[in-house]
Design a binder for this molecule. Structure first.
Ligand SMILES: [Zn+2]
Length: 232
């Protein structure tokens, strides 16, 4: 159990209690997926004002009053910001070009949580967002989106699909071992995509890791064309 406070205006008591009712379960689920929570506590602030987007920082996420609902659109944001404690805060991209290591991972955490709570399966989420990406222009290089596209929604969705493709290629056991190993080996340090590739090699061995880099990561990360929908 990770200690944490839920801080909010008194008028939002019922809404906040309801919106964050699954938070303990969410934390336990992400610990299973990603390894131990990297900090001593996790606090959530809900502001009196509505906010356009929530914002996370190490050990603390801030949501607007408008985010305190049980709608999936807000539940996914609650999951997204919590996942950033592992991917974004504990592990921080050394260079902005690797922003997918924050946003792709946090987005994939949303899809994992969706299945965990009995909503769309991770595969259904992946299929829907693959369809969404297919309808957009294919001119984004995920491994280096450039300053203008750094927070383009395609970085989030294609990043999550990259992880889904990796999972499909290596299986659940190896995939989650890679995620946990990646976090454990780089705890509270900066990381790059090549660190993730090394984490894959540590689980699969150098030959298997190199094959995955060539057949899975390169098409998703280093070429703008959208690869086919991955399946797990
Ligand atoms: Zn994010």
């Amino acid at each position: 159990m990770v200690p944490g406070r839920l801080i909010h205006p008194a008028r939002l008591q019922d809404a906040v209690t309801s919106a964050f009712a699954d938070h303990g379960r969410m934390m336990a689920f992400f610990v299973d997926c990603f390894g131990p929570y990297p900090y001593a506590s996790y606090d959530v602030v809900v502001t009196d004002d509505a906010l356009e987007i929530p914002l996370e920082s190490a050990t603390l996420s801030t949501f607007g009053s408008n985010h305190a609902t049980r709608d999936w659109e807000n539940q996914r944001l609650i999951a997204h910001e919590l996942a950033h404690q592992w991917f974004g805060n504990c592990l921080t991209a050394a260079q902005w070009r690797d922003i997918w290591l924050h946003e792709g991972f946090a987005c994939y955490a949303e899809w994992l949580w969706s299945q965990e709570v009995g909503l769309d399966s991770t595969q259904e989420q992946a299929a829907r967002h693959h369809q969404g990406l297919a309808a957009q222009s294919q001119d984004l290089l995920l491994c280096d989106p450039g300053p203008k596209n750094m927070f383009d929604d395609r970085v989030y969705k294609r990043g999550a699909l990259t992880l889904h493709a990796l999972r499909g290629a290596i299986g659940d056991e190896a995939f989650f071992a890679v995620l946990r190993g990646f976090v454990a080996d780089h705890r509270h340090r900066v990381v790059s995509t090549s660190d993730l590739e090394k984490a894959i090699c540590r689980v699969l061995g150098p030959t298997g890791g190199e094959q995955v880099r060539r057949t899975v990561l390169d098409p998703w990360l280093r070429s703008p064309a959208l690869p086919p929908i991955p399946a797990i």
